[in-house]
Design a protein around this ligand. Structure first.
Ligand code: SF4
Length: 324
């Protein structure tokens, strides 16, 4: 299929009635919540689980964003919808004011209609896509809003921009709805994930999620005339100090168990935030990465990845970073 003929998958599901069926199936998972692998089992209409989010959408902000990778932001910006709260508790979170202060958002929920209007406004603003940032704990709310927006003319691709602590069963309900998957692959080591994101099983969970995402959209990219991604996946690996991300191990797994042709974005931007910025709290990740740490990550990318679409950030020496 050429880009000129591109129609977001959800528009086809809208036409057949399947989109409404998916909303119902996703909403059913909220009654004893298994929307993510934490499997809190609460009824989200009356109780809160680990993500401290009820059954209404809770949005921190939305608008055109030029700071994503070029195939996502393009020239006119990615239409980001930043969801409030999160199902992880990363000690170095750069958006902790949005992700880890749920009390600030408990009374700020919105409606599916208002969220749909926001998506349509992003389209009117000329954005290339609608980019759901940290969507995992609010998938039913997002798909319900998407169904409303699609009926009112939304036709932008949907980007699922996730920490990858996702349930394969939920992802299967997104098959044909999400056009672009952009998962993190944060860690290769369980004890590190337990210390830095407060979950015991991140590598196993994230790998299963990425396998399902790849099953849906594959390695090849469909892009528009500007090179902006219409359909495909981009795996993000944030290089951490002391290789706490386990970059080579993750890239080797991706090559051997998924495909060496999956596009990877190797991020050099790490800076200690949130608890990692407090003296003595998390010494392992209390500084920026060093040049040699980023070079080692680049070497691993060259060894294990063959995608012509993979992206590396220009490395900039941070004030606290030095070798040795
Ligand atoms: S989405 Fe929230 S309530 Fe549901 S299982 Fe995950 S953390 Fe628990």
């Amino acid at each position: 299929m050429g880009a000129a003929a591109f129609v977001p998958g959800y528009r086809r599901l809208l036409a057949t009635g399947e989109l409404a069926t998916r909303v119902g199936a996703l909403r059913a998972l909220e009654r004893s919540c298994t929307l993510c692998p934490r499997a809190c089992g609460v009824d989200r209409a009356t109780a809160l689980g680990r993500c401290v989010t009820g059954d209404r959408p809770v949005v921190a902000s939305w608008g055109p964003h030029l700071g994503e990778e070029p195939p996502i932001s393009g020239s006119r910006g990615s239409g980001t919808v930043f969801l409030a709260n999160c199902n992880l508790r990363c000690v170095f979170c750069q958006n902790a004011d949005v992700s880890q202060r749920p009390k600030d958002y408990l009374r700020r929920s919105t409606t599916p209609e208002a969220l749909a209007a926001a998506m349509l406004e992003l389209q009117e603003d000329g954005c290339h896509n609608v980019n759901w940032v940290s969507p995992t704990h609010q998938v039913p709310q997002l798909v319900e809003a998407l169904a409303i927006a699609a009926a009112r003319g939304l036709e932008l691709p949907i980007v699922y921009n996730t920490n990858a602590y996702d349930s394969p069963a939920v992802l299967r309900l997104l098959d044909g709805i999400v056009d672009v998957y952009m998962p993190d692959l944060k860690y290769a080591d369980e004890p590190v994930a337990r210390t830095l994101s407060r979950v015991p099983d991140y590598p196993m969970v994230a790998r299963a999620a990425i396998v399902e995402m790849h099953h849906q959209v594959g390695s090849a990219w469909l892009t528009d005339g500007e090179g902006v991604l219409l359909r495909g996946m981009l795996v993000r690996i944030l290089v951490l100090p002391r290789d706490r991300a386990g970059v080579a191990a993750s890239l080797r797994w991706l090559a051997e168990e998924v495909s060496p042709a999956v596009a990877v974005s190797l991020l050099a931007q790490y800076r200690p935030c949130h608890l990692a910025a407090r003296p003595g709290r998390v010494p392992d990740v209390a500084r920026r990465i060093t040049p040699s740490e980023y070079v080692a990550a680049l070497d691993a990318l060259r060894e294990w990845n063959e995608s012509a679409e993979s992206l590396v950030q220009p490395y900039r020496l941070g004030p606290a970073a030095s070798d040795g």
